[in-house]
Design a protein around this ligand. Structure first.
Ligand SMILES: *[C@@H]1O[C@H](CO)[C@@H](O)[C@H](O)[C@H]1NC(C)=O
Ligand SMILES: *[C@@H]1O[C@H](CO)[C@@H](O)[C@H](O)[C@H]1NC(C)=O
Length: 185
């Protein structure tokens, strides 16, 4: 009887849920500095519109936005590091961020490598991979955003676009986190 039940579950086709943008964005987690407007603008910009889109395709789209945000940030970091006017303190920060965000040497580490794992998890409907990949991406981002890097009181102002770029990444991770509760069949 139990075996038959499992067979039945296995044979059940996966059906992605339809969840509205309002539902996903209604209670943004303050930890991500995300607002309803940012969340709904981003999701509504999915090609073809968000109306009637299932949660898997919204998540897929949001992951592509996150990947492009991360790629832009990696390119920004590379140009900041190449600039000889960058101060040694900021150079440390930029190297630290590049190590955490880029997949340096293709070793499968860093936020950009995690995005691949999350995408695969979503494609295969293995949501535990989605969640663990999202958690790891957030840790990589937080390593980059904590500017003192274990050296308390080393305060300095970063005049570059980096804080704005990492702020965008944080918000997009917040959208994926809000969506993750609807991904489980
Ligand atoms: C991140 O993506 C969003 C949506 O496409 C865009 O508005 C924003 O400017 C991007 N930020 C970065 C740093 O690429
Ligand atoms: C290099 O950094 C300085 C100081 O922040 C800035 O004024 C200059 O525009 C930067 N140069 C390039 C090529 O980005």
């Amino acid at each position: 009887m139990l075996i038959l039940a499992f067979l039945f579950l296995d044979a059940t086709p996966y059906a992605a849920k339809i969840v509205t943008v309002e539902e996903i964005c209604k209670n943004p987690n303050p930890a991500f500095a995300l607002t309803f407007a940012y969340c709904s603008n981003l999701l509504n910009s999915i090609p073809g519109g968000a109306k009637g889109a299932n949660v898997d395709s919204l998540a897929q789209y949001t992951l592509e936005v996150l990947q492009s945000n991360l790629t832009n940030t990696v390119n920004l970091l590379k140009s900041l590091i190449a600039n000889s006017s960058t101060s040694p303190d900021l150079l440390d920060v930029y190297h630290m961020c590049l190590n955490n965000l880029d997949d340096i040497g293709g070793r499968g580490q860093g936020a950009l490598a995690e995005i691949e794992r999350i995408k695969n998890g979503l494609k295969e409907h293995v949501y535990s991979l989605f969640i663990s990949g999202l958690t790891d991406t957030l840790i990589y981002l937080q390593n980059c955003m904590s500017v003192d890097h274990g050296t308390p009181n080393r305060e300095f102002h970063d005049p570059s676009l980096l804080p704005q770029y990492t702020g965008d990444i944080q918000k997009v991770i917040g959208i994926l986190e809000a969506m993750s509760v609807y991904l489980f069949p």
